[in-house]
Design a protein around this ligand. Structure first.
Ligand code: ELE
Length: 303
């Protein structure tokens, strides 16, 4: 199986134990999912599509992506731009982000429709998120959605995490509209209930799932923090409890790593409750360390 994830990887500053000390890493929602997928499923070929600059920090990022075993050979290089930056702030383990990404190279990722189409070719599953849509202008968004629509018609599986980030959008209405357009081209939708309830006013996780099902998805898993996870596919629906976690250090990438375990299960079509249980174990390990990408023992998370 070949998986392509599309979006933005940024330089990451994550706070360390000693106050005022930050570690420089690289992360970004769709990249985090690709990274965890490559870690837990070495038999899956994982590729990433984004825009890089041609400066030294872009080269360091490319090197890190290669070292993770992720192919980035089809990416776009935008010589007069560089990578975006974000900083994690922690409040009792709960993360919030500050961004410097307004002019990042990744914002140009859909500027060359042929290159985008070539990158999608040869993959079985394409993953993107609401953040991928948010960083594009209206024309880039239309190009990406049209490429994904065509890919789906050609039999590829499309997976989408709405990852609602109002600060990245010019207005709430645009965010809600574009999110539903993302869902319309997707088979698998992996929303987070807290965000969906806030912005779409869904009363329950089931309401969130129904909204994405009627948009055209066929497999929906609604993450819900420490609360049980609701899932629905063509044949059944149900909930899976989330085991308690003793000490949450940094929730960054909880959802992204969770998504990686769900996508890993598409390889042999393992049942959703089994995938969700694995996804909970993986995200539990991720929130017990600092930063988005944390060292894990891949053998503990075999799907
Ligand atoms: O906000 C963005 O643009 C980022 O990509 C930064 C983070 O690495 C992910 O967003 C973390 O994602 P969660 O799994 O929701 O914690």
């Amino acid at each position: 199986m070949r998986v392509l994830s599309i979006g933005e990887c940024m330089a990451e500053l994550s706070p360390q134990h000693e106050a005022g000390t930050f570690r420089l890493g690289f992360a970004g929602d769709t990249f985090n999912t690709a990274w965890y997928l490559a870690r837990i499923s070495p038999e899956i070929n994982v590729s990433y599509f984004t825009g890089f600059g041609s400066d030294s920090i872009s080269a360091q990022m490319r090197e890190m992506i290669s070292e993770a075993g992720i192919d980035h050979s089809n990416c776009l290089v935008v010589p007069d731009r560089t990578v975006g930056l974000y900083l994690i702030s922690l409040d009792h383990g709960e993360r919030s982000f500050s961004y410097w990404r307004g002019q990042s190279a990744a914002r140009c990722l859909a500027s060359d429709p042929d290159k985008l189409g070539q990158a999608i070719e040869g993959h079985d599953l394409i993953y993107f998120s609401g953040i991928t849509l948010a960083i594009l202008d209206a024309s880039g968004r239309a190009t990406l959605l049209s490429a994904l629509r065509t890919a789906r018609i050609n039999g590829k599986l499309i997976a989408f995490d709405p990852n609602l980030r109002p600060r990245l959008w010019e207005g709430t209405d645009t965010m809600l509209k574009a999110t539903m357009e993302g869902a319309q081209v997707s088979d698998i939708v992996l929303p987070s209930f807290e965000d969906e309830a806030t912005w779409f006013k869904d009363a329950t996780p089931k309401a969130t799932a129904n909204r994405y099902l009627s948009a055209g998805g066929n497999t929906i898993v609604v993450k819900n923090g420490a609360d049980e996870i609701y899932y629905r596919d063509q044949t059944r629906e149900g909930t899976v409890p989330v085991p308690p976690i003793a000490a949450v250090i940094d929730t960054t990438a909880a959802g992204d790593s969770f998504n990686a375990a769900i996508l890993a299960g598409t390889k042999d079509q393992s049942p959703l409750p089994q995938r969700i249980a694995l996804a909970c174990r993986l995200s539990a390990a991720v929130v017990q360390a600092r930063g988005a990408l944390v060292p894990i023992n891949a053998a503990d998370f075999k799907s």
